[in-house]
Design a binder for this molecule. Structure first.
Ligand code: PMP
Length: 364
């Protein structure tokens, strides 16, 4: 029981903002700048909101346990077979599910040292050891603290059944190219599943980076997870999806809870996939404000790491706790990364212009 309780605590910590947000909303009202959770300040598509509202009228019904309509829409939007799609209560659930399905005490999980926090948590919940492969160095030109794919490939042993990569990664914001992923997959044995977490996929615009999706045909041991929480701004509804070989999806289907995705989430996600205009506006606004904020912070002498996401990691080169506390007292919430053992860094979401301006006005 104690071991289970420990696991539960650490799973919560991956998301716990560390503050009483409802109380802060009351205290600061409209001037609260919530830049701690990588949420989308533009909110969801109007089509998604309309679809969600319509579903509320039928809320006494169970959701479609297969999510068939959303899967069909994903299949046609992405050009993937329906049989290779798994839906989850957020992509968090899918990451957990993969460890439950494919890892155990004898089969460790491999991930990067500063990879997304849920990776080692998923391993622990499945009773599997996890191996955190040392990250690229802090002064790496393109990907400081990023995934070292060569070292990760070298850490894979005949017992490794599962590798988690995040591209781009949270909290570092860093990424690796499609070509380097392909070279990596060439080195990984077919019995080892590689999960590429693309939670921030819709925000990427770097040259040489698109998606792992087009490699799924060549590598049946590749799975890609994505979410409706970020660019689609449906974080509160909890819905994500995974694209994999149908045999991997079939195993997940057996283990997942029958109604893991609720009816409102299914409808809103499907509608938001059709709103290409909103998606483009989200991407363009994020790209513009990310570049602007990076320039502003750099001009103030701060080291901003390269990012392909809707957040920036700032490396202060000294303990960040006082910096964060100063902002907090002024209603600006940013996320300290001490939990990742990066206590000299802060993660700042690309919020609305107003929120970002208040951040800049209130810097220590
Ligand atoms: N992967 C990464 C890299 C993330 O940053 C997040 C959210 N913070 C998730 C997965 C999980 O997102 P969700 O469960 O909301 O889909």
């Amino acid at each position: 029981a104690a071991a289970l309780a420990n696991r539960a605590t650490s799973a919560l910590r991956a998301y716990d903002p560390g503050h009483d947000l409802p109380a802060l909303r009351l205290r600061f009202g409209a001037v609260l700048s919530e830049l701690g959770s990588n949420e989308n300040p533009l909110g969801p598509s109007k089509l998604a909101m309309r679809a969600a509202t319509r579903v509320l009228e039928d809320i006494w019904r169970y959701p479609d346990p297969l999510g068939a309509s959303l899967k069909q829409k994903l299949s046609s939007e992405l050009g993937v077979p329906v049989q290779g799609i798994t839906l989850g209560n957020g992509s968090h659930e899918l990451l957990m599910l993969m460890a439950q399905c494919f890892a155990d005490a004898e089969h460790p999980v491999v991930h990067s040292q500063y990879g997304f926090a849920v990776f080692p948590i998923a391993a622990a919940a499945a009773g599997a050891p996890s191996i955190a492969v040392p990250a690229l160095p802090a002064d790496h030109p393109h990907a400081p603290y990023g995934h070292d794919l060569d070292a990760i490939a070298a850490a894979v042993t005949p017992d490794t059944r599962l590798v988690y990569l995040a591209n781009p990664n949270n909290p570092t914001g860093t990424w690796f190219s499609d070509a380097s992923l392909e070279a990596f997959l060439d080195k990984i044995p077919a019995r080892t599943l590689v999960v590429v977490d693309e939670a921030y996929h819709e925000y990427v615009d770097a040259e040489g980076l698109s998606t792992a999706l087009h490699l799924c045909g060549r590598f049946p041991n590749l799975a890609v997870t994505r979410t409706f929480s970020k660019a689609y701004a449906l974080a509160g509804l909890r819905i994500g999806y995974m694209l994999s070989h149908p045999s991997v999806a079939a195993v997940c289907e057996r283990l997942r809870e029958s109604f893991n995705v609720n009816a409102v989430a299914l409808a809103a996600a499907e509608a938001s996939l059709g709103d290409h205009e909103h998606r483009a506006r989200v991407r363009d606004t994020n790209r513009r404000d990310r570049a602007w904020l990076a320039d502003e912070l750099t001009a103030k002498g701060l080291r901003v790491l390269p990012s392909q996401t809707n957040f920036l990691l700032v490396d202060l080169g000294r303990d960040a706790a006082a910096f964060e506390a100063h902002l907090f007292e002024r209603g600006v919430i940013v996320r300290p990364m001490a939990g990742y053992r990066l206590p000299h860094t802060l993660r700042i979401s690309i919020g609305s212009r107003g929120e970002l301006e208040r951040l800049l006005e209130n810097l220590p």
